[in-house]
Design a protein around this ligand. Structure first.
Ligand SMILES: [Zn+2]
Length: 277
């Protein structure tokens, strides 16, 4: 039995017999291999030496564990906290939001083990971004005011961004720059087909400006960092000249479509309503 070392993010935890905890972790080993693994941490909830805070979901931890290939759950020798991301957990709403991000990564990484590295990187940068944002970030203040004026919350924009990125990683987003039928560049109007595929105005006579607006938002998400996306997002809204009273309906329709698609491709719990919190 080999002693292994890894760092990881806790996606889920289950309490066993009021004292032990099984954690489901997305890990990066010292050889830069990315995996999903379950570990049992014996006695952590009754321990006088170690705090049970260490096994919270969303924690970044360092693990020393005995790896036995044929075993489903590995045994921890030592577990250390690297980052608790406390700023993402200091009220109930934030905790719900964090658990949605973790659930999404949980289902995406169950669905396809080849994408675990990209999911790990997306989740880690998401957690770090949110931590900085909740701490002090000044760079988005102006944009937040603009979002607020349109009755959009930072959380729903972030979740939309995160969900589309996850769909992209998992291979569920087509080439958004081209028509899925004729392969030409889509201009002015588009028609949203099944999944995340679009046709140009030549291929579908029902092409319209709203679907083209959605296409541009999705394209921006897949090509930009979050701060740049959000800048472009504000610019797109102004450019498309959608009336303020119509805008919320238009935007909620986009959220609903993404929400519906997520549930179609990942085996998500029906209770989770990703983009409506
Ligand atoms: Zn076409």
């Amino acid at each position: 039995m080999k002693l292994e070392k890894a760092t990881g993010i806790i996606l889920k935890k289950h309490i066993i017999q009021e004292k032990d905890v099984i954690i489901d972790v997305i890990i990066q080993t010292t050889d830069h291999v990315y995996l999903r693994k379950k570990f049992i941490v014996y006695g952590i909830l009754k321990s006088k030496k170690r705090s049970s805070v260490i096994v919270e979901i969303g924690n970044m931890v360092e693990l020393n564990y005995y790896d036995k290939k044929e075993r489903e759950i590995q045994t921890i020798k030592e577990i250390n906290l690297i980052n608790r991301y406390y700023e993402l957990k200091d009220n109930y709403d934030k905790l719900v939001f964090l658990s949605i991000l973790l659930e999404l990564c949980n289902y995406a990484s169950i669905a396809d083990s080849h994408t675990i590295q990209d999911i790990y990187i997306l989740l880690l940068s998401g957690l770090n971004y949110l931590q900085n944002f909740y701490k002090n970030d000044e760079s988005l203040k102006e944009i937040l005011v603009l979002l607020n004026q349109m009755n959009l919350s930072f959380k729903e924009i972030f979740l939309l961004f995160f969900s589309v990125r996850l769909l992209k990683i998992s291979g569920y987003v087509g080439d958004l720059s081209k028509c899925s039928s004729c392969n030409n560049k889509i201009k002015e109007k588009a028609k949203w087909q099944e999944g995340l595929y679009f046709y140009c105005k030549e291929c579908d006579p029902t092409s319209n400006i709203i679907d083209f607006f959605y296409l541009k938002i999705l394209e921006n998400i897949t090509e930009n960092k979050f701060n740049n996306f959000i800048n472009n997002f504000i610019f797109l809204i102004q450019q498309f000249n959608i009336k303020k009273e119509e805008f919320l309906n238009v935007f909620h329709a986009l959220e609903n479509k993404i929400n519906h698609y997520l549930k179609e491709v990942f085996p998500l719990d029906e209770k989770i309503n990703l983009l409506q919190n």
